[in-house]
Design a protein around this ligand. Sequence first.
Ligand code: FAD
Length: 317
Amino acid sequence: MIDPSTVLRAGLLGISKSDKVKNLIENAPVSRGVVNRFVAGARTADAVSAVVGLQEDGRLATVDFLGEDTLDRRQASATRDAYLDLLSALSDRGLTANGAAEVSLKLSALGLALGADGEKLALEHARQVCELAATCGTTVTLDMEDYTTTDATLSVLRDLRADFPWVGAVLQAYLHRTESDCRDLATADSRVRLCKGAYKQPESVAYQSAHDVDLSYVRCLKVLMEGEGYPMVASHDPRLIAIASSLAGKNHREPDSFEYQMLYGIRPDEQRRLAKAGHQMRIYVPYGDQWYGYLVRRMAERPANTMFFLRAVATKK
Ligand SMILES: Cc1cc2nc3c(=O)[nH]c(=O)nc-3n(C[C@H](O)[C@H](O)[C@H](O)COP(=O)(O)OP(=O)(O)OC[C@H]3O[C@@H](n4cnc5c(N)ncnc54)[C@H](O)[C@@H]3O)c2cc1C
């Protein structure tokens, strides 16, 4: 049976590629208000204050400078520079050495899609970010994008881990291959963020129904919790959070041997509850003005997020 939310999600992710729709959303007067709910702000200083705010009630952060599909080398180096600036600013406020904040990188923003040399360029830029992260005493996680980039991202991960074993990977439960990738990556100290997956992917590579994605998530979570690595449970789904907690107990995991992760602005009360209960709770904090792709993925995930946007448009005087 076709799941209506799956159709809505696929539709939104499909039409979002249109320049017309992009223009409309980027320039709608209400967009800023909606964006503010999910994005910390435009500047490095905004990201730093968001991290400080989270830290006040015991939440950790992974900060993402928004941007993807970089099409020229200048933009790719500018993205690297933004991360270097961010890490310095976080470190100056004492937010890196104490583990309060790390950073999340999209390789496409660092040049992955720039032709034959793209992978080499993205690796070089990511390496420079890792070098500064190491000096600041914190870690880096490589976000996972659409399935055409999975092999390249895992290959960059392997190269980076040779020098920086703490670099985190992201695996997406909706891909058929992920259970096997989890087995490969569930090794000692390996940081792996497991998420459902946010892109529109073909049937040949990905589960299409929400139910199948959830089942895959649980299988993958079992592998990671039973393994020797450091699972990062990235989901807002109450059932998956309960299953993660029960699997952690079954595998005698201490609270510091795994963490929960959620997105900035989504289920903040639950984030605080988990942190208060003594769990490591890390929030993905995006900032910058390239928020379009990120916002569309959040709208596609949850009809309520789309309704929030449409209601804001409809009630705008
Ligand atoms: C820290 C983090 C990093 C991520 N990194 C990546 C990445 O690198 N690559 C990638 O493809 N994807 C990434 N994602 C996105 C992820 O793949 C999912 O698209 C996103 O998290 C939504 O899936 P979900 O597990 O929260 O469940 P969903 O299926 O979206 O929601 C399940 C249930 O969670 C609850 N819920 C969800 N949203 C809300 C809300 N706003 N308010 C109240 N309840 C809610 C509801 O009960 C809902 O039924 C990341 C997600 C997180 C949290």
